[in-house]
Design a protein around this ligand. Structure first.
Ligand code: ADP
Ligand code: MG
Length: 236
């Protein structure tokens, strides 16, 4: 068994924040519900990735996170599984709106996140829909009317649907900004800010980014509260 510091060192990890909990170095250590552990086993995962090991215990404490990590590091389940556990604790009525909201820059990425959510959430009976542009709104609105626990959305389409008043974000208490740097590069900052205005301020916010320029720092400073910062790899 590796000590926390040793584990961090081996993966060039730095974690900054108050009272940072030690990482989960195995799936057994997570205490996740058995149906989720079963999915991980079925997917052939032998251990948490470094970002998962570091961010799961922090996210489970209900704290805000800003994670700077390259693609392919397993960020999706890094935020989805704690989101599922958050969802179970809340037991909101999905017909009144989603509890978990994930913002993603593109249709392709949003769809991949939804696929992962459906796969890992299936046995926990978690419902999820994906909202993105370039496709008819009808089926997306129908899903929202039926009620979903998790919404994965591109900022443009979600904003359109909000303006139509066809979704309420008043129950959202777990907000994820995935690939935040890319969303800002694509000019989504005004839409993101409008969306976040509809989300109660009493919430948990997790932000993921591959780079850490001042625009991303600024939006992190505005939207996150006392976040733990997790850096994975050679990011300054
Ligand atoms: P990122 O968002 O950081 O780019 P993803 O979340 O898309 O990365 O994950 C990349 C790939 O790694 C996916 O195919 C995912 O299923 C897989 N993966 C996630 N967690 C693990 C794990 N603990 N062990 C092995 N593979 C994993
Ligand atoms: Mg990703």
């Amino acid at each position: 068994v590796l000590s926390a510091d040793c584990y961090r060192h081996r993966h060039e990890i730095s974690v900054t924040g108050d009272n940072v909990p030690p990482p989960f170095t195995s799936f057994e250590a997570t205490g996740f519900p058995s149906e989720i552990l079963r999915e991980a086993k079925q997917a052939g995962f032998s251990a948490p990735t470094p970002i998962q090991a570091q961010s799961w215990p922090i996210a489970l404490q209900g704290r805000d996170i800003v994670a700077i990590a390259k693609t392919g590091s397993g960020k999706t389940l890094g935020y989805l599984i704690p989101g599922f556990i958050h969802l179970k604790r809340r037991s909101n009525n999905p017909r009144l709106g989603p509890t978990v909201l994930v913002l993603s820059p593109t249709r392709e990425l949003a769809t991949q996140i939804q696929d992962e959510a459906l796969k890992f959430g299936r046995s926990s009976k978690i419902s999820c829909t994906c909202l993105y542009g370039g496709a008819p709104k009808g089926p997306q609105l129908k899903d929202l009317d039926r009620g979903v626990d998790v919404v994965v959305a591109t900022p443009g389409r979600l904003n359109d649907i909000l303006e139509m008043r066809r979704v309420s974000l008043h129950q959202v208490s777990y907000l994820v900004l995935d690939e935040a740097d890319r969303m800002l590069d694509m000019g989504f900052e005004p839409q993101i800010r409008k969306i976040v205005k509809e989300v109660p301020s009493r919430r948990q916010t997790l932000m993921y980014t591959a780079t850490w320029p001042k625009e991303v720092r600024r939006i992190a400073a505005d939207l996150l509260v006392n976040p733990v910062q997790v850096n994975i790899g050679n990011v300054e």
